[in-house]
Design a protein around this ligand. Structure first.
Ligand SMILES: Cc1ncc(COP(=O)(O)O)c(C=O)c1O
Length: 487
């Protein structure tokens, strides 16, 4: 009779005792649901103590440990020191709050361990279903294709690569961008996110091939200045090929006149891309959707479900009007990825034909669950509510003599400051102190040379009382700093 090998020589990673594993798994599920249910009782964020940071400098574990023990480490040393964007008081950068249906779906996706690069299985149909929902939502034709990616930075890069291939032909993939006579030029506004310039860099076109067009007071691209820049470039023998509009600028949430940009792009024969990282999903809120008119004319659109869509990180997305062009920018036949009409290798084209990733996670599942469980209308209501809260914060700032508004509030982002002769230093310090207080966590930015405390209200859990807490804490911290400066 074969002997049972000693426990530590086993090669399977499955548990020996499934009952015990199940009980521990349920405890882990309960703990994370408790965290979300009682998130208000915690500080939004807290600095990482040195001894905790030190724990993450240890060597690779060679021997096994109990799952319960590792979970305990997580509960004590990871969970309390997370970013805090699940918390309703989190207002920094543009972070979504996540949602419980998405959390549970992510667990199911990990259990399936599906690879969404390709092959014929229903997880790919789930992704195709979300693509179809988005195609319809944004009024794209049925030739459009879409793809889940990490985030909008990657989605914008994919769009720039497709636009580049459309402008130079598929041969650019063999010859590279330096091989041809055309000097390509792209255009975006001064308020565009830095990842647009980065996409120009990574695509080999170079940051200098991106013309940065000035904006108006609402951070919208100056369409007249855009037309003039295109004319200058043409006169100099360059080839304009791409214009990038923004739906929700990162600093203040401005929305370019997308209909006007679509018109310029059409008459100048440019690829029209929209970076709608958070703003695009405002289309789900009937009161906000009209501001996005023109988005339906885009050649490509990038946005995130993990921001206003409240899907847990990460879930970026790119939609391309001309699916054939999208595919021709990425598809790379290989013997080991041979397609068939039957069997597991059926179902071509595969997602790996539309982007650089071959192995891909099942991001679509948490998005599919989020939309099915909550419905698009409820997500739209949460988006509209963020904007109402931003208007409420604006009114609170205007009614508070110590505070001043530093930018318009077109959407869900409010930039403001504490009035002081030394305002830049004090406001940078207040933003940090607010984060360290654990009460609220805005971030900071610079608006026309002035440091602003920036509250981006994205989380569906945020309420008026969180806005009130931000105003009260800012006034208290500002007064304390002014007093200490005077002393
Ligand atoms: C307008 C805009 N574009 C792009 C990005 C980058 O998105 P991601 O962080 O998902 O890569 C952001 C992030 O906030 C953004 O606001």
């Amino acid at each position: 009779m074969a002997k049972t090998p000693p426990a530590d020589s086993r090669t399977s990673l499955d548990p020996e005792d499934w009952e015990c594993l199940r009980a521990q798994g349920h405890r882990m599920l309960d703990d994370i649901l408790d965290y979300i249910e009682h998130i208000r009782e915690r500080p939004v964020w807290q600095p990482i103590p040195d001894e905790v940071r030190e724990r993450f400098r240890s060597e690779l574990p060679r021997a096994p440990a109990e799952l319960a023990q590792v979970h305990d480490e997580f509960m004590r040393h990871v969970l309390p020191y997370a970013t805090g964007n699940v918390h309703p008081g989190f207002m920094g950068w543009v972070h979504g709050g996540g949602n419980v249906a998405g959390v549970l779906a992510e667990m199911l996706a990990a259990g399936l361990n599906a690879n969404l690069g390709g092959r014929d299985h229903v997880p790919i149909e789930v992704e195709r279903q979300v693509v179809e929902w988005m195609r319809t939502l944004f009024g794209f034709p049925d030739t459009a294709t879409g793809l889940f990616v990490t985030g909008t930075s990657m989605a914008n890069l994919i769009a720039v690569l497709v636009a580049r291939t459309a402008a130079l032909g598929a041969s650019v993939r063999r010859k590279g961008v330096s091989g041809g006579p055309k000097r390509l030029r792209a255009y975006t506004s001064a308020a565009a996110h830095g990842c647009i310039a980065q996409a120009m860099d990574l695509s080999g076109l170079g940051v200098e091939a991106l013309r940065v067009i000035p904006t108006d007071d609402h951070h919208r691209i100056d369409v007249g200045a855009l037309a003039a820049a295109i004319a200058v470039d043409r006169a100099e023998g360059a080839t304009p090929f791409l214009v990038v509009g923004t739906a929700g600028t990162v600093d203040i949430g401005g929305i370019d006149d997308l209909a006007a940009l679509a018109k310029v792009a059409k008459s100048e024969k440019l690829w029209f891309h929209v970076d709608g990282a958070f703003g695009a999903l405002a289309i789900l809120a009937p009161g906000l959707a009209p501001r996005l008119v023109g988005i339906e004319h885009a050649d490509s659109l990038a946005f995130d479900f993990h921001k206003w869509g409240q899907v847990p990180y990460d879930a970026g997305f790119v939609l391309v009007r001309d699916g054939r062009m999208h595919r021709s920018a990425f598809a790379s036949p290989a013997a080991y990825l041979r397609r068939e009409t039957r069997g597991l290798a059926a179902g071509s084209p595969w997602p790996c034909d539309f982007g650089p990733d071959l192995s891909r996670s099942f991001r679509a599942l948490k998005t599919w669950f989020t939309f099915k469980v909550h419905g698009a209308e409820r997500i739209g209501r949460a988006i509209a509510h963020s904007c109402e809260l931003a208007q409420y914060l604006k009114s609170r700032i205007e009614a508070t003599p110590e505070l001043e508004l530093l930018a318009p509030v077109p959407l869900n982002i409010v930039c403001f400051g504490y009035r002081s002769p030394d305002a830049n230093r004090i406001n940078a310090e207040i933003a940090i102190a607010l984060q360290e207080s654990g009460i609220v966590a805005p971030s900071s930015t610079t608006i026309e040379g002035r440091v602003a405390i920036r509250a981006a209200i994205v989380n569906h859990r945020t309420e008026k009382r969180d806005v009130d807490a931000l105003v009260a804490a800012t006034v208290t911290l500002g007064a304390a700093r002014r007093k200490s400066a005077a002393a």
